[in-house]
Design a protein around this ligand. Sequence first.
Ligand code: SAM
Length: 476
Amino acid sequence: MLEAASAIEAIDLLAHNVQQAQQLVSRLLIDDGWNAIEVDKVVQGWILQGDYLLRSRSSESADFVVGNPPYIRLEDVPEVRMAAYRRSCNTMGGRADIYVGFYEKGLVSLKSDGKLAFICADRWMRNQYGRGLRQLIARQYSMDLALIMHDVDAFEDQVSAYPAITVISNRTQGTAIAADTRRSFSSAQAHEFASWTTSSNDQYVDTETYHAARLPHWFAGDDSWPSASPARLAMLEELSQRYQLLEDRRTGTRVGIGVATGADKIFITDRADLVETDRLLPLSMVRDTKTGIFEWNGSYLVNPWDSAGNLVDLTNYPRLASYFKRHASVLRKRHIAIKQPSRWYKTIDKVDPHLTAQPKLLLPDMKMTIHPVLDEGGYYPHHNLYFIVSDSWDLRVLGGLMLSKVAEAFVEAYAVKMRGGTLRFQAQYLRKIRVPNQDDIDESTCNALREAFEKRDSSAATEAALRAYGLDHLPD
Ligand SMILES: C[S@@+](CC[C@H](N)C(=O)[O-])C[C@H]1O[C@@H](n2cnc3c(N)ncnc32)[C@H](O)[C@@H]1O
């Protein structure tokens, strides 16, 4: 009994919850044959009222931390307490939920090789406010298990909180398990799953109520962690071990976004005689990419930038000057013009003078499927288009890879899906795509990728891409 007295420390903020927990635990121990007189004393020492985020506690003292932390937006916590939480927990930046602080406190209290297991919302794995926590884990801990339980009725009360069970340990990252449950997952299957995690060496398991995969590592870094079926996550992790990122200095490959103007109605025209000819820059727009073959519809940027990347002097361009002056009231109202009144006719982004001539793959942002389209050069992309340029890739081969479901799987796992399943092909997601070296792709696969791209045949592109990536199939 004495040995047990200092073995557990449990904290809740509310006296009522503390009492309830003490009674429950006392009853369990007495039923288990413990001495009723001593039980109360021990249990009162174990279960304490306090604020877990503010208590002073020596670090690295716990073998295990388990918890079901509260979900409360920091902005719903009284201001003084909120400030204290922020001082006490480095990872609670931005609009963090307070469960982030529970993770931090729990993790730093772990002894070497100690383990933390929480049932908690999984939003921190992907959103902005979870970045600090992801960084802490990526640097010092090992994500051992993420069991996603979105459809499971995990709590007595009806809470819509994207629950997940995570196990994290205080050691360098080892193998990890990604798992997902289906609606009917309940405690019997939880036991079955737990025994799979400890007693099986299989890489995959797929049952009616859960599916899981073993990954050689967890995803490195503090960027949003991907979301996909366990088997897909295993594939993405494997590819990220094997291949480099699409954007790479060594291959001179870059992902970017087209020019934002802040006043498209004024800066974009289809009138080829509107101002001096050399002030009109042919602009590629989403509608030019519709069919998959680039077809310019005749839009121009009314370009205030010269070929050295400087804003032009309007006195050298009387027609441009009079056009901009006619629209000065609208142009000057833009945030960018208010900030720099003397440069009131600039577009939000500078025009990169080298980009126009470069061949590029264009990708419209919001689409159901990935849609790379080749501009052979001569057009400048508009803001709704993302582009890929490269010094070394044959863009038709790369286009074949980009058209494939393998490339799409990266974007799908990292991007937040919109209603109706529309995907966002923004630069930050395209930059997650991993690609093999072009030199390592055999000639017939290169030809197949090129041909699939030219024919806009996504299944042929996927088939060839699987070969290029050394995969035998694309998991669902
Ligand atoms: C999701 S409930 C979990 C309750 C119980 N531990 C369980 O697992 O069923 C979260 C609990 O955290 C407690 N809580 C909220 N803020 C807290 C804090 N700063 N320190 C300690 N406990 C806190 C709440 O009172 C509530 O009982």
